[in-house]
Ligand binder design. Sequence first.
Ligand code: NAD
Length: 259
Amino acid sequence: MTALRIGQGSLEKRSVFINMVMEGTIAHERTQNKSDNFINTWHKSNITAARKASMRYHKVPDETIKRLPIYLRRAIQLSKSGAKCVSSAELASLLGVSPWQIRKDLSYFGGLGTRGVGYNVDRLVNHIREILKLDVIQKAALVGVGNLGSAILAFPGFLPFGLEIAAAFDIDKRKVGKKCNGLIVEDIERLGTLRKRDITLGIIAVPGDAAQNIANELVEAGIKAILNLAPRYIEVPKRIKVITIDIALYLARLPYYIP
Ligand code: NAD
């Protein structure tokens, strides 16, 4: 958590906000008594060991990883509201999943709860952040500052997770150099600067026929994982994780369920 990075210029405000969110948990840990410090130390090495073990055996189902941000968001809200503990039953009723599912998901990482007491909310937040590697700020680059791209830049919901959209690119010279929600839109030609700027996530919001080329360029620029919002299958080397989201595909399923 000490490895937080502060952004520059117009990004500074957002980074400071994330710092405050994260510092809140650091401050909490610093006020723990001696025995709690021991537990924290044990707990931290336990998480690291659990993450390493899970990576080694590749046994954590994708479905579990999908649910972790849902647990994290609720745990952050509970922490902000001053809650100290939450049982898996309470958490489950807030999220519409079963308590068994929550216990099972967290058990892949060594569990966390205490029987009859539940989960310490702040530790749960830290634990899930570390599992998801959100305990350091993860920087993303957005490509395509159109309708969707602009809405993404305006969306404040990434910050509580420790995600920062640190750069935005477009091919349209009329957009390049203009400010969009605090970020100067950069020429797509500058994509090659991502590696030295420590930006590891890419978001594709260009028209479908440009998506594969952009994916190739992002990989070339050192991006490690891609959120693809274009309605196209994109092919990338195996080491790169791609998640494609298309709201239309979700919406197209809904009428089937109408009685
Ligand atoms: P848009 O036309 O408003 O914006 C596209 C932007 O991409 C433009 O600014 C354009 O200049 C830029 N662009 C085009 N080619 C480029 C390139 N090679 N390099 C860099 N920038 C380039 O379109 P939109 O409505 O914002 O949609 C963007 C994409 O998102 C489309 O593929 C659309 O189908 C998709 N979309 C997905 C969802 C979803 O649920 N995932 C929802 C809406 C739109």
